[in-house]
Write a protein that binds this ligand. Structure first.
Ligand code: NDP
Ligand code: OXD
Length: 314
């Protein structure tokens, strides 16, 4: 009975230590080292090398170390067992902090004031609209989108959300499906992307979407915040839209290539805020505690929670 850790480039040893501490009764084995493949009943994965989870005859489930599972779903040799993702109040709260922080940054024009400070300039003639006059649109109204919507509402923003299937969420306007996307975009000053990366959503945040955003808002043009996945965005289109004034700013936590290459034009673009894919970093202990709880429940005969639908890929 062992747990295989197949993790690349993401604090692999920290997660192994947390597994050993929280589940001392289980043997923890690491991809890349010799281990008995027949003894593995669970795998914990993040950006594993394709095929690393194949050939495990007694595998019961694969746990993603994140909320997103795109890193798993692209593996052509992914075993046909339940894939379980992270749904954790700590992670959710951190993502909402990120979204609220950057929406407030836009509302209160913090980038302008930082530029003024650098030039020792005292100017207070900027329009300061109330939050209620600023329309935030969340692309993705799942666990993270709905929590962010609730917290943005608490700050007073005028919030809407867009999802694949129709939803009713108290206090926010909801839109669903490709047919309602134009109406959703047309009432959005700040577009917040919290979609999963799937074959349907790849490249969705392109020039056409950005040009569809509202042009009559009070925050100097439309703004983009992407904390979903880099594969959702067409980066050349974002740069073109920043340069021709279609977009007033972009706040990006995720990129097509991570780490962001040193020569990327995003680094020095005056309208861009970059964070290193850490909008919502949960502590290893919190994630491993969730995994341990799932295993105990499963072994007591209860159903898995937060199971990914292989048909939709999220
Ligand atoms: P959920 O699965 O709970 O929600 C996904 C949402 O996206 C749902 O509302 C879903 O619609 C919607 N959606 C999916 N496909 C489409 C589509 N084709 N068209 C329209 N809407 C669509 O995911 P979470 O909220 O938990 O997480 C979202 C993503 O955030 C993760 O997949 C991950 O990529 C990213 N993430 C990023 C982090 C970071 O640090 N930057 C940290 C954690 C997550 P419906 O409701 O109809 O199913
Ligand atoms: C996640 C992430 O998916 O951190 O949880 O990106």
């Amino acid at each position: 009975m062992s747990i295989l850790v197949a993790v690349q480039g993401y604090k692999a040893e920290t997660f192994c230590k947390a597994l050993e501490r929280i589940m001392p009764e289980r043997e923890i084995v690491r991809h890349g080292e010799p281990f008995d493949r027949r003894a593995v009943d669970y795998a914990v994965a993040w950006k594993h090398p394709a095929g690393a989870l194949a050939g495990l005859p007694n595998l019961s489930a694969v746990f993603s170390l994140g909320a997103g599972v795109d890193h798993l779903m692209t593996d052509p040799r992914l075993p046909e067992v339940p894939i379980l993702r992270v749904v954790d109040p700590d992670l959710t709260a951190r993502m909402s902090e990120y979204v609220v922080l950057h929406c407030l940054k836009i509302l209160r024009q913090q980038m302008r004031y930082m530029a003024q400070q650098a030039e020792r300039r005292w100017e207070d003639d900027l329009d300061q609209p109330p939050a209620a006059k600023v329309r935030v649109g969340l692309m993705g109204l799942g666990v993270l989108g709905q929590d962010a919507a609730f917290k943005l509402r608490m700050m007073g923003f005028d919030v809407a959300g867009w999802s694949r299937s129709p939803k009713t969420v108290e206090g926010i306007a909801t839109f669903a499906g490709p047919e309602q996307l134009p109406a959703f975009l047309a009432r959005t000053d700040i577009l917040v992307v919290l979609l999963p990366l799937t074959p349907d959503t790849a490249g969705m945040v392109d020039g056409a979407v950005l040009r569809g955003l509202a042009r009559d808002g009070r925050v100097g043009g439309p703004h983009l915040i992407n904390a979903g996945r880099g594969g959702l965005q067409v980066e050349d289109d974002i740069l073109a839209c920043l340069d021709d004034g279609t977009l007033a700013s972009a706040t990006l936590d995720v990129f097509q290539t991570e780490p962001l290459p040193e020569d990327s034009p995003f680094w020095s673009h005056p309208k861009v805020t970059i964070t290193p894919h850490n909008a919502a970093m949960s502590e290893a202990d919190a994630i491993i505690t969730l995994i341990a709880r799932q295993i105990v429940r499963h072994e007591a005969g209860e159903p898995w929670e937060n199971v990914v639908d292989p048909a939709t890929g999220y």
